[in-house]
Design a protein around this ligand. Structure first.
Ligand SMILES: C[S@@+](CC[C@H](N)C(=O)[O-])C[C@H]1O[C@@H](n2cnc3c(N)ncnc32)[C@H](O)[C@@H]1O
Length: 278
């Protein structure tokens, strides 16, 4: 998988275990979805096309007070959440559906002595019961399919935050109209894409005030994508006996080619920070 189609593929594979090859053929996936992502993302600090410097800059900028409550749905390894809690002396809840990511998030939480202030929960974000209007910051960085897309995510996170609370969403956007070949390869994902301005304007229509955007560049994307090639290829060498290796390599290589042919020059990605009304 590559993030170029990451939103789409994460969702498709979670729901049905079916994906579409770069040639447009439907293929049945047998490998456990979360094992696949656990392997391909094992070298990532954050599982999105951003950098450590951008992450730290955003964390520094968050207008949070000590004691604030932070919710991160689809927290992955929870690096954003943990850095936020450390920097702002607040508490946090991270939720993720993958046992691989949750294990790593718990390990990082423990290693940084944050067990008393950070709770990591293994759950489907769409089913996790959020206490209404109880968080000072609610975020979903790179998993808006949980609420059927960007608009649904804005609505869900608005309900989670106190009046005047902060919302952070990581979301791809198109830099120009995708080619017909790209649209044919990942139709639902490509069709769902807005422009950068479109992502901001949609949030304004929902009553949010834009505060900041942290935007990716080619370095961030190439790091994010090619760390997956490295992880998969090295895993295959280390574990030749694993029956999932052929599928792991096939999917990673299809994803690599789709990124290089289409995603790299069409897509970008940003973390959007908003303030909710009130
Ligand atoms: C692109 S990664 C982003 C992870 C993290 N936010 C970060 O920036 O590093 C997407 C994450 O969403 C999680 N995920 C996918 N579907 C989910 C769902 N329905 N509920 C909760 N987490 C989900 C995956 O396990 C993965 O950790």
């Amino acid at each position: 998988m590559g993030f170029h189609g990451g939103n789409n593929l994460y969702k498709v594979q979670t729901d049905t275990n079916i994906s579409r090859t770069a040639a447009g053929e439907i293929s049945l996936n047998i490998m456990d979805t979360w094992k696949y992502y656990g392997i391909t993302h094992r070298g990532h600090l954050v599982c999105n096309p951003t950098s450590e410097a951008k992450l730290d800059e955003l964390v520094q900028l968050l207008p949070l007070k000590p004691g604030a409550r932070v919710l991160d749905i689809a927290c992955g390894k929870a690096e954003f959440l943990l850095r936020t809690v450390e920097r702002h002396d607040c508490s946090g809840t991270g939720v993720d559906i993958s046992p691989y990511e949750v294990d790593e998030a718990k390990r990082r939480t423990k290693n940084r002595n944050l067990g008393a202030t950070v709770e990591i929960v293994l759950a489907n974000g769409s089913e996790y019961e959020i206490e209404p209007h109880s968080f000072d910051l609610a975020m979903c960085i790179g998993a808006t399919w949980i609420w059927n897309g960007y608009a649904g995510t804005i609505e869900a996170l608005k309900k989670a935050v106190v009046p005047g609370g902060l919302i952070a969403i990581g979301e791809p956007y198109k830099m120009h109209e995708p080619s017909p070949e790209y649209a044919a390869t990942e139709p639902d994902f490509v069709e769902s894409l807005l422009s950068h301005a479109g992502n901001v304007e949609t949030a304004i229509q929902f009553g949010l005030t834009p505060l900041y955007t942290s935007v990716s560049n080619h370095d961030d994307w190439d790091r994010y994508e090619s760390l997956q090639w490295l992880a998969a290829e090295e895993y295959a060498r280390e574990h030749p006996e694993d029956p999932d290796v052929p599928e792991l390599l096939e999917r990673t290589r299809i994803s690599r080619d789709t990124y290089l042919r289409h995603g790299r020059d069409t897509l970008n990605w940003a973390i959007y920070l908003f303030r909710s009304p009130g």
